[in-house]
Design a protein around this ligand. Structure first.
Ligand code: PMV
Length: 389
């Protein structure tokens, strides 16, 4: 049967998790481990979606449900789909598995649907449908998507239909993935995971446009605590002999709970915003070191960042055991992601020694290069599985 597959990488956070939710700078690095999503039409006439052979349960998969509403609405006549997910990124472990899934699923759904354009130039300003940071009239965060998802007043102007790989846009996938992460994290999500899993390489989020690196776009989000804005940049991984060794505690820790815990702490103790600001300052220093290729300083900033993560209560004894074990053979080590369990990451020039030390302390390890390729559409056909007629 005709099918479409897309894959996206996971990520590790070098600096700034949690503080980035409040608009502070942060850095994420895409890792070699990926998630692959395959979609095809269901082989029955049923309206039920399937996920890995079972009836799709929207409550268990809020990210996919939110994407379905935006890209594949049954109200517009979109047929039921069967989705298969496979990958090497452990879930709920701080490695961006849900963002990687959302990014890959966005790309697969777009490739399966294609895109109507209002003009003959393939630029977002001429799209009759879709989401982009360059189009202001799409509210990607609203669950009430318009009944007719073609841009209003432009129906008659539709001049071109593009499908398959031509219709996939990295910015659109990152934007959609951020929106659905925000829904799953009860309104509090930075665009860090969604951008890193879309663009790959190294992603730098800042409160301003940084000099000397490639600025991609701004992202905004209204969170329960106020409006946030981030400037997203990408950096190519430098030719260097550094690796990431990830140590998994095996303890699942959902991001939304950890993010809520920090929000609660700040509500009860507004003074503790200083710790969040300190993480932002460490991240700023870490970004400078990274851009100048000073990996010894990058490692030191990571370890300092860990002390602050401990202080705000998102580390755990299991994470700290693995971090302690990794430290002698690495440039720096810290938890990655939301914490409370999940994974730690060490920056090292000796991945074998670091990995062995973490394993001896009881962690399962993954070794990754420092930066990996982003979203990839692996299989697509030019005939869409469905499109707006
Ligand atoms: O645990 P992960 O991989 O979803 O990373 C979460 C990072 C946070 O900063 C805690 C949340 C966010 O939205 O940036």
């Amino acid at each position: 049967m005709q099918h479409i597959t897309a894959s996206a990488p996971g990520k590790c956070i070098l600096f700034g998790e949690h503080a980035v939710v409040y608009g502070h700078p942060a850095v994420a690095v895409a890792i070699d481990q990926r998630i692959k999503v395959k979609i095809e039409l269901t082989d029955s006439n049923s309206h039920d979606w399937k996920l890995d052979g079972l009836i799709f349960d929207p409550k268990r998969h809020p990210h996919i449900e939110a994407l379905k509403q935006r890209l594949w609405p049954s109200s517009l006549g979109a047929p039921a789909l069967s989705i298969h997910i496979e990958g090497e990124i452990p879930t709920a472990s701080g490695l961006g598995s849900s963002a990687a899934l959302s990014v890959a699923a966005s790309a697969a759904l777009r490739a399966a649907r294609g895109r109507w354009l209002n003009g003959d130039v393939n630029s977002p300003e001429n799209w009759a449908e879709g989401f982009s940071s360059k189009i202001s009239d799409t509210n990607v965060h609203s669950n009430n998507q318009p009944k007719d998802s073609l841009r209003e007043g432009k129906l008659g102007d539709r001049v071109k239909f593009i499908s398959g790989s031509q219709s996939v846009d990295v910015d659109e996938c990152a934007l959609l993935a951020h929106a659905v992460e925000a829904i799953a994290q009860r309104g509090r999500a930075s665009p860090m995971d969604s951008s890193a899993c879309s663009h790959g390489d190294i992603v730098v989020l800042s409160d301003c446009v940084e000099d000397g690196i490639e600025w991609q776009y701004s992202r905004t989000l209204t969170t329960p605590e106020g409006d946030r804005e981030w400037q997203i940049h990408t950096v190519k991984p430098p030719a260097n002999d550094v690796y990431l060794v990830i140590g998994n505690t095996g303890i699942h820790a959902p991001t939304s709970k950890q993010v809520e815990k920090v929000a609660e702490m700040l509500k009860n103790n507004p003074d503790r915003v200083k710790e969040i600001e300190t993480i932002g300052l460490i991240a700023k220093r870490g970004i400078k070191s990274l851009l100048s290729g000073d990996y010894e300083s990058v490692g030191r900033a990571m370890s300092e960042n860990q002390l602050m993560l401990q202080s705000i209560g998102v580390s755990s004894p299991e994470l700290e055991d693995l971090i302690r074990a990794a430290s002698p053979s690495s440039l720096g080590a810290k938890l990655t992601g939301a914490g409370g369990g999940g994974c730690m990451v060490a920056l090292t020039r000796d991945p074998k020694a670091t990995s062995e030390a973490i394993e001896l302390a009881g962690g399962r390890t993954i070794i990754s290069s420092f930066g990996a390729k982003g979203l990839e559409l692996e299989t697509a056909t030019e005939t869409p599985l469905w499109s707006i007629s």
